[in-house]
Ligand binder design. Structure first.
Ligand code: HEM
Length: 84
């Protein structure tokens, strides 16, 4: 399997004949999307409190407490973003 066994530990795209046909595209785009969010914005917690990483119930491993974060565009990106 692509990405080693750790990458597919939670079977994110299903298996077999009905497995997700978009897995290849998703794997490529996810890295780009995450990189763009990190490159374009500064991220902060909403308070000094550590982020609560407790797991909620459900098969998609939701967080017990949804993540709330603040972001602002990085200075170097402001000009670029204002032109979009
Ligand atoms: C992170 C992104 C994605 C995740 C986690 C994901 C996950 C899944 C899962 C779990 C299934 C069900 C597989 C099964 O029934 O065993 C599925 C089905 C499907 N996915 Fe995705 N998917 C993603 C992105 C995409 C993209 C980008 C496309 C298309 C461009 C896509 C198209 C489809 C289609 C058409 C099916 C139905 C396949 C069938 O029933 O034969 N998915 N996906």
């Amino acid at each position: 399997m692509e990405g080693g066994h750790e990458a597919y530990k939670f079977v994110p795209f299903g298996l077999g004949r009905r497995a997700c046909p978009g897995a290849g595209l998703a794997n490529r785009v996810m890295g780009l999307a995450l990189a763009a969010l990190i490159q374009c914005f500064e991220w902060e917690r909403i308070s000094e409190e550590e982020v609560d990483m407790s797991q909620g119930t459900g098969i998609t491993m939701p967080k017990a407490k949804p993540l709330e974060a603040m972001c602002k565009s990085r200075h170097s990106m402001s000009t670029l973003l204002s032109q979009l």
